[in-house]
Ligand binder design. Sequence first.
Ligand code: ATP
Length: 580
Amino acid sequence: MRTSSWWAGAVVDRLRGAGIATLLWQAGRWRFTLFCVLAVLQGLAPAAAIAASGVLVSGLPNNPAQAALGLALFGASLLTGTVLSAVLDHQAAVLDGRFARTIHETVAKATLRTAVAHLADPETSGELGALAEFERVDGFVGTVTALRELLRQRATGIGAAVVLATFAWWAPIVMFLGWRGLSFGVRKWLDHGMNLGAQQGETAMRRARYLRGLAVDSPAAKEIRVFGLAGWLVPLYRDSYLAALEVVWAGRKLGMRTVFAATGGVLLAHLLVLTAIAQTTSTPAEIVVYAQAVLSTSALGYVFGAEIPLARARKVTALALSLARRLTSAETPKHTANTIQLKDVHFTYPGRDEPVLAGVDLIVPKGQSLAIVGENGAGKSTLVNLLCGIYQPQKGEIAMPGKVSAIVQRFTRFELSLKDNIGFGEGDVHRALERAGGLGLLDDLPHGWDTVLSSSHPNGRDLSGGQWQKVALARALLAVESGADTLIMDEPSANLDVLAEEELFARFSELAGDITTILVSHRLASVRHAGRIVVVADGRIVEDGTHTELMAANGRYAAMYSLQADRFAEDIAGKEWSHA
Ligand SMILES: Nc1ncnc2c1ncn2[C@@H]1O[C@H](COP(=O)(O)OP(=O)(O)OP(=O)(O)O)[C@@H](O)[C@H]1O
């Protein structure tokens, strides 16, 4: 949120600060209260030491008892400050960890509860990206340590101001204005560096980060090397990075003028108050006390080491809370008994004008084996995502019978053990992998079921595309065993060899009858065995029937089927020719 005037910005910033307190309160109310009280007490210790030094000096040289009392009070305030500091070190470290955990939980709960379509909308994905970037930089840790420093300093400054007010009511006001002016100047100067998020620099910086990621993140890094793109990528990265920094540098140059002017203001405030003290006070004790108080009012100014992390934390908190508020209002999919029913379903991706689906009507009775076919981009995967409840239609209704198990086209390859990739800690994973035809995998894995399926993990092992597909199938089959009524497979055989594909479809057809099976595939030779085939085109279902019926209708399906059959025949002829 940006506002036009600096004071309105400051108010908004303070309100955002309330978000940090809210999260810390949630993270542990008693610990947080104790932490605040101790931080303020630690901050007041210097003011107590200033007052004690006055007692000490005024007792010298004629009143040794008073001087001794002053010395004792002085030592006690210093000691109290040191003890409180040690206790607060521990409290701040514990609360820091809890604060980071609360932010993670707030965002994770919100994102997991919502439909994925919300995550695909540009605003939400931008905010999630910004949170991920904050996390990458400092892992949300350090907020409470910074808060402690700010509380301590402010308490010190207020303590000093109270002492100074005993000299003259206007003196603390003059010092306060001087230090706040400098603080404003410093903030303005630093903001240009920190607030990249709200400036043109962010676009260039995001692009620079993306380009750097291309060189080091494994999937893209491979292609960069294969295509020899280093000579193209490196200057592109350097130029984007410099473009982003130039925006920051230009801003900082402008901000420096304000800092110089504000520094002049602080010097003037010191000159005014110290001259008045020198002219009106008569005892050395008063001079010692008031001069120290004047110097300690610097704690009302900019607190280096605390304000930047706190400003970041305010942004993180505001982002996390706004995401949580928005995402929790997402709808959950509806369920009914027995049949799958889609009524006039419309779906458009966020940021696009053209609907992908525009009036899909479909009823699938329990136990039916349905195949969905259509050209690339027709909307088959979108339909599958709607059936899984991952997306919600903007118009129309979807009713699903109970639980759905699915292998989506881009299923997740979790960097977890083989066991957890299939069962997430539950179920008969051995049987599931056996039914998916993947038991042979175990021979290749150094730690069997416990092998982490990632080559970036020590002792881990990545799998081939086909092997991953068997793992995903086992995951889906296990979900069927634990009570799913519908199994959906979106292009399950894309990476499988011919034998494995045949085996897969044989298993798939065995399942139909007990549960409803839905298959999306371009391999029409396999699809033809499905009990029912629907063709998706122009956002609707345009053909519906068995293989024989659709061939007889001589429409799109028949055309696609004949084309594939002809190609297959040509391939075979070609092979025979090359062997001749
Ligand atoms: N996340 C997304 N955001 C915006 N548009 C998308 C998104 N995913 C898919 N689309 C678009 O929606 C349309 C339908 O895509 P979908 O993946 O559903 O088609 P499909 O029939 O499954 O294609 P294929 O046979 O190639 O897998 C395409 O035009 C695609 O570009």
